[in-house]
Design a protein around this ligand. Structure first.
Ligand SMILES: Cc1cc2nc3c(=O)[nH]c(=O)nc-3n(C[C@H](O)[C@H](O)[C@H](O)COP(=O)(O)O)c2cc1C
Length: 367
C-alpha cells in the first residue's frame, strides 16, 4: 500500500468526482508552466528503459503506456501529464464547436468495481481554441488528438447526416497538423448522435470519403464500439480497406451498464452513463483478439484500453495484439505512480519471457 491509496485516496474520494477532476486539471495546468515542477514530477514518476521504446506507425514511443482520451479533454495539462511518465497522451474528445456536455451530475466512482460511471457528454473547448493552445507548447511525448462530433445538447434540433460528417471534417481540418496521431471517436456512448450513427456502415464510408480530401499526414486511429462482435469487426476492416490514412483501431466503452457490476443496483440506479475500468476489460480484450486475428498486421496496429490496472493487465493486451495501451480509470484509483509501476512490471515480464523488447511481445498469444 502506498501514500496515494492509504492516505490521499480516502480524502479525494470524499469530494465530488467531477470537481476533483477539474481541480487536478487546473493544478496540472499550473504545474505545467513551471519547468522545475515538471522536472520534479519526472524525477518522481518517470521510468525509462530501452526495452520499452517502440517505433510504431512511424512514431517513436518511449514506452507503451499512454493516457486515454477523456482525462485532459481540452489539452490544458499536457506538460504536467507528460512528466508523469506516460509514453503518449491522447487529449480530447474535441469537437468542431465548444460544448458544455450533458447536465450534471455526470461522473461517479464505483470503488467496489474499480470503475467509473461517465455521462460527461463530451464537454470541451472546441477545436479552434485547442489548436491555439497547442500552438504554444511542444509536448515531450507523442500527442494524439481524439475528435468527436459536437454535442449540442438534447434540446438542439436534429442534425442531418451531412452536418454530422461536416462537424468531424471541420475538427480534423483544424487539428490535423497539431498531433502526432488523430483518433476519431466514432462511438461516443454518452450522446444520442454519437452512439448509433456509425453503426450504419454507409456513414463510415461517407466520413472516410470526406477525410480523403483533407491531406492528412499523421496516422489516424478509429475509436469504435466494442459491441457488434466479429461481424462488426469484419465490416469495419472491409470499410476502411482502401483508406491508406487509417493506421489502427481502439475500442471504446460500450453504452450502458454491464451485468457484472458488484456495486448494489440501488446505489448505481441513479447514475446514468457508461462504465469504465475493470467491468469492461473482458469485452474489450475479446475485441482486441478478434481484431488482431483478422487485420493486416503490417498496416494496422491496435491501441488497447479498458481496465488496465497492473503490468499483467497491460501485458495481456499486448500479447493479445495491442502495440500500445492506455489507461484512465486506474490513475483515479491507484494514483499517478501506476504508470511507472506498470512500466517497471512490463520490463520484468519481458525478462521472464525472454523478449528483448516490447515489440516482440505483441500478439504472441497467437504465434
Ligand atoms: C471520465 C471518463 C471520460 C471519458 N471521456 C472520453 C472521451 O471524451 N473520449 C473518448 O474517446 N473516450 C473517453 N473515455 C473513455 C476512455 O478513453 C477509455 O477508453 C475507457 O475509460 C477505458 O479505459 P479505462 O478502463 O482505463 O478507464 C472516458 C472515460 C472516462 C472514465
Amino acid at each position: 500500500m502506498d501514500f496515494y491509496t492509504t492516505v490521499l485516496r480516502p480524502f479525494l474520494f470524499r469530494c465530488d468526482a467531477e470537481w476533483m477532476h477539474d481541480q487536478s486539471i487546473r493544478i496540472g495546468s499550473l504545474l505545467g508552466r513551471l519547468k522545475t515542477a515538471c522536472k520534479t514530477l519526472s524525477a518522481l514518476y518517470d521510468f525509462s528503459d530501452s526495452r520499452l521504446t517502440a517505433e510504431i506507425i512511424g512514431i517513436r514511443f518511449p514506452n507503451p503506456v499512454g493516457l486515454a482520451a477523456g482525462f485532459d479533454k481540452s489539452g490544458r495539462s499536457i506538460e504536467a501529464l507528460a512528466a508523469l511518465g506516460f509514453g503518449h497522451l491522447e487529449i480530447g474528445s474535441i469537437s468542431a464547436d465548444p460544448s458544455a456536455g450533458n447536465p450534471r451530475p455526470r461522473l461517479w466512482r464505483l470503488p467496489q468495481d474499480r470503475a467509473i460511471i461517465v455521462n460527461y457528454g463530451l464537454p470541451n473547448d472546441g477545436a479552434v481554441v485547442v489548436a491555439e493552445r497547442l500552438a504554444k507548447i511542444k509536448p515531450t511525448v507523442p500527442l494524439g488528438i481524439n475528435i468527436v462530433k459536437t454535442n449540442r445538447g438534447i434540446d438542439a434540433p436534429p442534425e442531418s447526416d451531412d452536418e454530422i460528417i461536416d462537424d468531424y471534417i471541420r475538427s480534423v481540418r483544424t487539428l490535423k497538423d497539431c498531433a502526432d496521431y488523430l483518433s476519431l471517436n466514432l462511438s461516443c456512448p454518452n450522446t444520442e448522435t454519437g452512439r448509433d450513427f456509425f453503426t450504419d456502415r454507409q456513414n463510415t464510408v461517407r466520413l472516410m470519403t470526406a477525410l480523403r480530401e483533407l491531406d492528412i499526414r499523421c496516422p489516424v486511429f478509429l475509436k469504435v464500439s466494442p459491441l457488434g462482435g466479429i461481424r462488426a469487426i469484419e465490416e469495419l476492416l472491409e470499410t476502411v480497406e482502401g483508406e491508406d490514412f487509417v493506421s489502427g483501431f481502439i475500442f471504446n466503452l460500450p453504452p450502458g451498464k454491464p451485468d457484472n457490476l458488484k456495486t448494489p443496483q440501488n446505489i448505481h440506479d441513479t447514475m446514468t452513463g457508461a462504465v469504465s475500468g475493470k467491468p469492461v476489460e473482458q469485452l474489450i480484450n475479446q475485441c482486441i483478439c478478434e481484431m488482431y486475428k483478422r487485420m493486416d498486421r503490417k498496416r494496422y496496429c491496435i491501441i488497447g484500453v479498458g481496465g488496465i490496472f497492473t503490468a499483467q493487465d497491460a501485458y495481456l493486451k499486448i500479447r493479445m495484439g495491442a502495440s500500445l495501451v492506455q489507461l484512465y480509470t486506474s490513475i483515479i484509483f491507484e494514483g499517478p505512480a501506476v504508470v511507472r509501476k506498470i512500466n517497471e512490471g512490463l520490463c520484468r515480464l519481458l525478462e521472464r519471457d525472454g523478449f528483448a523488447n516490447i515489440g516482440q511481445a505483441v500478439g504472441t498469444m497467437f504465434n
